[in-house]
Ligand binder design. Structure first.
Ligand SMILES: [Zn+2]
Length: 113
């Protein structure tokens, strides 16, 4: 499962930060997930609890902020919002759109003790 690998990456990142910034407990993890990143939020929540067991983030609360997908429509020459990667432009229906945002996934915030 793709989401398990993502959770393992997050755990590695958190443990690196725990070492360099000298904290021993994470109370809250806030993740930013783009609507077009292909990450399944429910699967990620499930994987998070499993993967964080025994780590500094074992008791951390997971918060997920979903960010909108954006794309540049060539015919309209404007940035539009799209919900899925291959959606057409909501203004003109064209498929000549290029994704410009919403594909990323990152840790926005860590609340630590
Ligand atoms: Zn358009």
């Amino acid at each position: 499962m793709h989401e398990m690998a993502i959770c393992e990456n997050i755990r590695t990142l958190i443990e690196e930060q725990a070492r360099t910034q000298h904290f021993s407990r994470v109370d809250r993890v806030c993740l930013e997930i783009g609507a077009l990143s292909g990450v399944e939020v429910e699967a990620l929540r499930f994987g998070f609890d499993v993967v964080m067991r025994g780590s500094v983030a074992a008791d951390a609360r997971l918060e997920i902020v979903e960010t909108a997908g954006t794309a540049w429509c060539l015919p309209c020459a404007v940035t539009v919002s799209i919900g899925r990667r291959y959606d057409p432009c909501p203004r003109c229906g064209s498929h000549q759109v290029q994704v410009t945002g919403g594909e990323e996934m990152k840790i926005r915030e860590l609340e630590v003790t």
